[in-house]
Ligand binder design. Structure first.
Ligand code: HEC
Length: 208
């Protein structure tokens, strides 16, 4: 009985392998695999725009229309974010605090928060819009994303509770670590190494 089972198994495995080999040898566009990947289907503008959501840090170019304030952001945060980030973003089961630590980069105990680290406020909008909530990325409306951004900035003491965040006001916020980054001039970055009359370290990188 035992050997019969083994024979049956071997047969089944061989049949499976033969099936795979058959597909690999003939990867036509009509194969189920190609169809599921929509190979050969021209992409339309609307499909591209869903991915074309990058926002430029220094001046916020690419920020969408819409607005929101910290008051609205708090309600959203409590409903959609606090389960992982804790109440008032003070730290939760999935991530440490997103508040405070401003100036800590000059000490031995750096605290990485958006307030202490991000050089540009539009980057916070960009991060939330494309990645959060972790379980449903890109599910937030622009107004919601502005409101959540406003709330996190407010918690970090960088904007008022009623300050309306939109494409203009968000880009106008000066983040404390704005000048904390230096140009990465390794060859593959295309940045230019300065050899004389250079801008002092830790001064602003001009907007492109
Ligand atoms: C299911 C858990 C979960 C939920 C819900 C969630 N987050 Fe996150 N969040 C994370 C994790 C994990 C990270 C770290 C990701 C990484 O480092 O790659 C993170 C990172 C972040 C960061 C970057 C922090 C930094 O220091 O750079 C921000 C901002 C953020 N989340 C905002 C939000 C907002 C706003 C919401 C609600 C709309 C939200 N998150 C909901 C788990 C979650």
């Amino acid at each position: 009985m035992r050997s019969l089972e083994t024979v049956t198994m071997t047969f089944a495995t061989a049949a499976l392998l033969a099936g795979c080999a058959g597909n690999a040898a003939n990867p036509t566009a009509s194969s189920p695999h190609a169809r599921s990947m929509m190979l050969g289907t021209p992409i339309v503008e609307a499909d591209i725009s869903a991915w074309n959501i990058d926002v430029r840090g220094p001046d916020g170019q690419g920020l969408p229309p819409g607005s929101g304030n910290a008051r609205a952001g708090k309600a959203l945060f409590d409903a959609k974010c606090a389960s992982c980030h804790g109440a008032a973003a003070a730290g939760g089961p999935m991530f440490g605090t997103m508040v405070g630590g401003i100036g800590s980069f000059k000490t031995d105990k750096r605290l990485l928060t958006p307030g202490s680290m991000y050089p540009y406020a539009p980057a916070l909008f960009d991060y939330i819009r494309r990645a959060m909530p972790l379980t449903a990325p890109q599910s937030l409306s622009n107004d919601e994303t502005y409101a959540l951004t406003a709330y996190l900035l407010h918690l970090n003491g960088l904007s008022g509770e009623d300050a309306e965040m939109n494409a203009t006001s968000l880009a106008a916020i000066r983040m404390p670590n704005r000048d904390g980054f230096i140009v990465d001039d390794r060859p593959d970055t295309n940045a230019v190494r300065c050899m004389q009359d250079c801008r002092p370290l830790r001064t602003s990188v001009p907007a492109p």
